[in-house]
Design a protein around this ligand. Sequence first.
Ligand code: BYC
Ligand code: FE
Ligand code: FE
Length: 472
Amino acid sequence: MAAIDLESRIPNNVDLSSDKRLQRALEKWQPDYLSWWQEMGPVGHQADDVYLRTAISVEAGGWANFGYVKMPDYRWGIFLSKQEEDRRIAMGDHKGRPVWQEVPGEHRATLRRLIVTQGDTEPASVEQQRHLADTAPSLYDMRNLFQVNVEEGRHLWQMVYLLHAFFGREGREEAEAMLERRSGDADKPRILDAFNQKCEDWLSFFCFTMFTDRDGKFQLAALAESGFDPLARSCRFMLTEEAHHLFVGDTGVDRVVRRSAQLTKESKNGLASELGGVDLEVLQKYVNYWFSYCLDLFGSEVSSNASEAFAAGLKGRFQEEKRTDDHVLLDAFKTIPVMEDGKLVDKTFPMRQVLNEVLREDYRDDCAKSVARWNKTLASEGLDFQLKLPSTRFHRRQGLYAGAHFDPEGNPVDDAVWEAKRDTWLPTAENDAFLRRIMGQVLEPGKMANWIAPPRRGIDDKAEDFEYVRFH
Ligand code: BYC
Ligand code: FE
Ligand code: FE
């Protein structure tokens, strides 16, 4: 593996200096990226010193290097995890053959589409989160927001490297287009729906990092199994950073849950909102909203795209190599309920056609573990309220269930029931407005907004009143 080159304009471990054409092309993209960051990155804090970690090596611990950095000076680099010797394709029609170090010609279009879709989500999330510092509940949280933002920026670099290095002129054009699309823009939206939704309050931010970044975990894990080795190695390293994003979301929701429980108990009528907190029923609605949008990110239950990507060895299942089946899946089947004449009827499909659903179920089970932890928090505060994940059929915009309405238990309901109930299942404009009212910015080191409990410990073991952001 190439040594880490931290001195060059683009820190990397891909031996960029030995490929002058590629290096020049990426150095040409770099100022465009930086202008995008200035224009669409965190608003109002580009000159502040933020206590950030920067990836400087792919060795254990080498990616957790802490220090004060102004965000535009963050060293966005390209890091691939170590090359595995004699690595073989783990699944599909080419199973057992050596992995590719170059793009296999016949799979070029499929691979490009996967990389572009992955890449597009990274800047999209930065755009969605750009105003959140204005209402940060503490310096600790503001710092975590910025950490997530700079790392999503680095994830874009990682995909842009692959496009530039392996896809020629088309790849360079795709890299430019990454900086032209805008989250929520009517004319040039981001590719996937959840990345065009507003994320303007901190409960939404925690749900986003809990549920949307978790889609990232599962998609990256599936691409980490890719037979296209540079993609697999990119995703493997990105996953190490992703763990912190998930921590921010999972513990963020948990802290809201704890505080809501406390305020519920203290209030006269058993409503946290009386004391400026988030009611647990309202919290449940945000869980419903973000979980359902994120389920859509897995694509349709029955998908020929997914089937082809698996057959070609480009995208595996979650932890493909740990599974004990044949990894070819030509003799495997899966039964899924489909809608027929307004009723759910079980239908059996060849396994390769329903791999999006297989990944979505693994994702759902992972989400359920966090919900169980939040419910433990509620119990430890003495409340018997329980949060629940809705059915994977609830409020879907993509796939088999998109055309019909379902209640959170997954039962089909007609339009009238849906209209009557939707405001009890999903956030309303009033809920959004209430969150905006209670969420004011808190800048004093060690202080925490009223609606959220403090974290268990600081970042990098810092004391509670550590100055995670120094303002200029
Ligand atoms: N919104 O066969 P189908 C992350 C389109 S998150 C809009 O059902 P397929 C991160 C689809 O593109 C991880 N459109 O789906 C998290 C297709 O369009 P075309 C991101 C959608 O292809 C937080 C058509 O519908 N990575 O990293 O099997 C912060 C039929 O598609 C949606 C990836 O997604 C949707 N939700 O699966 C920062 C990995 N769903 O081509 C970062 C790469 C589907 O017919 N992407 N469509 O025009 C993929 O593996 C696949 O493209 C998908 C879709 C899983 C997304
Ligand atoms: Fe990412
Ligand atoms: Fe992330």
